[in-house]
Design a protein. Structure first.
Lengths: 215, 340
């Protein structure tokens, strides 16, 4: 018990120390620290008492989205989700698609944070594999007795690392979108896909109603 | 009396022999190596054979309606009666426990001897100490984690392809291969024999199992449906990705299991490529990893801690330039906060 407590105190000191160091000394020049930095910042926003409650929902969402956009390369995800179709699109079409896809993923990410991780949850980064300019950063999200593995696939550009896919419990997010997009394009054409994206992005998102309904 | 004494002693001896042999396994192990094999410039498309799509879609809609119209309302009542999520977790564990023969046989068929030993030990511990599998002391006290094996995976392990995709009414997503697997596993389900003369009880138990799972996993299904452009395609893709991941990664052959990392695949051969914090179930593994980092001029400390009642060893890598170690929320592993 005494040892446990000692470790705990030590850990608090370390974490507090890290928070101070974040801005200055610790640079995000390896993929794990880069990802940790983003997760820490998102958690800070989510646990900020000044941003709690439904009134601040829009602001909280915007702040989280800002952090996520810095780390996630939505343009690369969009390109990869379109597969071969990407090459057949004009510059303007690509741009429009990326903008829509970005909006969609931002909403999805923030929405997920709200529904999946309402209570107390923990993130532990356990392993990194770097191969050339690509890396897989693995983490374990624990909530109650549930454990979810999340692997961030990242690539290096200059000194920084960016996420190009998220693999949850072995299921790749980008591949999942790709399978749906390819099927829609085959059946109804590219224009229909864009129309559906626009519809999805325009859907109203109400703060926290899903949680109330289920609990 | 004598019998029970012999049984107890036998069990203890058995556990003492088996426990050190097995290493930790996690159902959702992901092979990081394979993940990086993709091409950023050209995305590959996974080919799925779905000639039955029109019929499958009908059954998909049927299952979807069944969930929203029947299972969700029933689930609300069920959850109200069994309000505690932990109780529903126990019921899930009990169903998992009783299906141990399926996992033991299929681990053996795939040559995963340690894993099948783990399953036998888990079954013994959880049945005796966990009151028929209602708890999971095997994982909590002995560090023997759950694995997931079935005949569909065994067939996949030996190179049998999925065949066509099938969405069964009531049973949900499957493939030709996994359907054959399901049929085979049916004969390894002990409940089949216990309630052989009583189909009513058998169906009732199956319904309870499905309903119980739905109250625990329903949120996931709902967010999948609400986020997807085409929920049918999305679910089909998730099923295939999940199954392929289980077949290629979960519970690798025994010779790769000597170093126990939380998420497997770490061997000293890989050492030059790895850095960062490591999460270990045993001290020996943590020491090896620490040494691996040290050999390349990196500092690392080992912290013993507890997570959900289990001992874990966290190797924290120090950054040479920074004053303190780079740690994100290490407090989490302390087991002090967060858990119910």
């Amino acid at each position: 018990m005494a040892i446990n407590k000692k470790i705990h105190v030590l850990q608090v000191i370390l974490v507090v120390g890290c928070l101070f160091l974040q801005g200055s000394l610790v640079q995000a020049n390896d993929p794990q620290s880069a990802m940790k930095l983003t997760v820490e910042k998102v958690m800070e926003i989510l646990s900020d008492p000044a941003l709690e409650g439904d009134d601040h929902w829009a602001e909280r969402r915007e702040r989280v989205a800002q952090e996520v956009t810095k780390r996630f390369d939505f343009a690369q995800m969009a390109k990869s989700a379109l597969a071969k179709t990407w090459n057949e699109r004009s510059e303007a079409e690509r741009e429009k698609f990326v903008t829509l896809f970005k909006e969609l993923l931002k909403d999805t990410y923030v929405e997920r944070l709200k529904t999946c991780c309402g209570g107390s949850y923990e993130v532990v980064f356990d392993k990194v594999l770097v191969r050339g300019k690509k890396a897989a950063v693995s983490s374990m999200i624990t909530q109650g007795d549930r454990e979810v593995s999340a692997v961030y696939k990242m690539y290096q550009e200059g000194d920084d690392w960016f996420v190009y896919d998220v693999v949850i419990e072995g299921v790749s997010l980008v591949s999942n979108y790709r399978s749906q997009f390819v099927s829609i394009i085959q059946k109804d054409g590219y224009e229909e896909l864009v129309r559906r994206l626009e519809d999805k992005v325009a859907e109203p998102r109400n703060p926290d109603n899903s949680e109330k309904e289920l609990s | 009396m004598l019998l029970s004494a012999i049984f107890k002693r036998g069990l203890l001896a058995f556990l003492l022999v088996i426990t050190p042999l097995v290493s930790s396994l996690h159902a959702a192990d992901v092979d990081l190596e394979a993940l990086l094999d993709d091409d950023l410039e050209e995305a590959e498309e996974i080919v799925v054979y779905d000639p039955l799509e029109p019929v499958n879609r009908v059954f998909f809609v049927f299952n979807d309606r069944l969930y929203f119209w029947v299972m969700k309302p029933v689930g609300k009542v069920y959850s109200a009666v069994l309000a505690d999520e932990a109780v529903r977790g126990c019921i899930r564990d009990a169903f998992h426990n009783v299906l141990a023969p399926v996992r033991v046989v299929n681990s053996l068929l795939q040559g995963k001897f340690k894993q099948s030993g783990t399953e036998v030990a888990r079954f013994a511990i959880n049945t005796v100490l966990g009151a028929g599998g209602l708890g999971d002391p095997a994982a909590e006290e002995f560090g023997l984690d759950k694995a997931d094996e079935d005949l569909g995976q065994t067939l996949g392990f030996y190179g049998v392809g999925e065949g066509i995709y099938i969405c069964w009414p009531l049973l949900g997503p499957s493939s030709a291969r996994d359907t054959v697997g399901m049929a085979g596993d049916y004969f390894l389900n002990p409940l089949q024999y216990v309630f052989a003369g009583d189909p009513g009880t058998n169906y009732g138990l199956t319904a309870l199992k499905v309903e119980n799972a739905a109250t625990l996993n329903g949120k996931d299904y709902e967010s999948l449906v609400s986020e997807a452009f085409d929920p049918y395609i999305s679910l089909r893709d998730i099923y295939y990705q999940h199954r392929r991941n289980l077949i290629t990664n979960a519970g690798s052959a025994d010779d790769q299991n000597d170093v126990s990392v939380r998420d497997k695949g770490f061997s000293l051969a890989q050492c030059p490529e790895l850095y960062g914090n490591g999460f270990f179930r045993n001290l020996a593994g943590a020491r090896k990893y620490q040494q691996c980092l040290k050999n390349r001029g990196m500092q690392a400390s080992i912290n013993r801690s507890q997570k959900q009642g289990r001992a874990v060893y966290l190797v924290i890598q120090y950054d040479q330039d920074a004053v303190g170690p780079q740690v994100a929320r290490v407090t989490d592993v302390g087991g002090v906060n967060g858990h119910k």
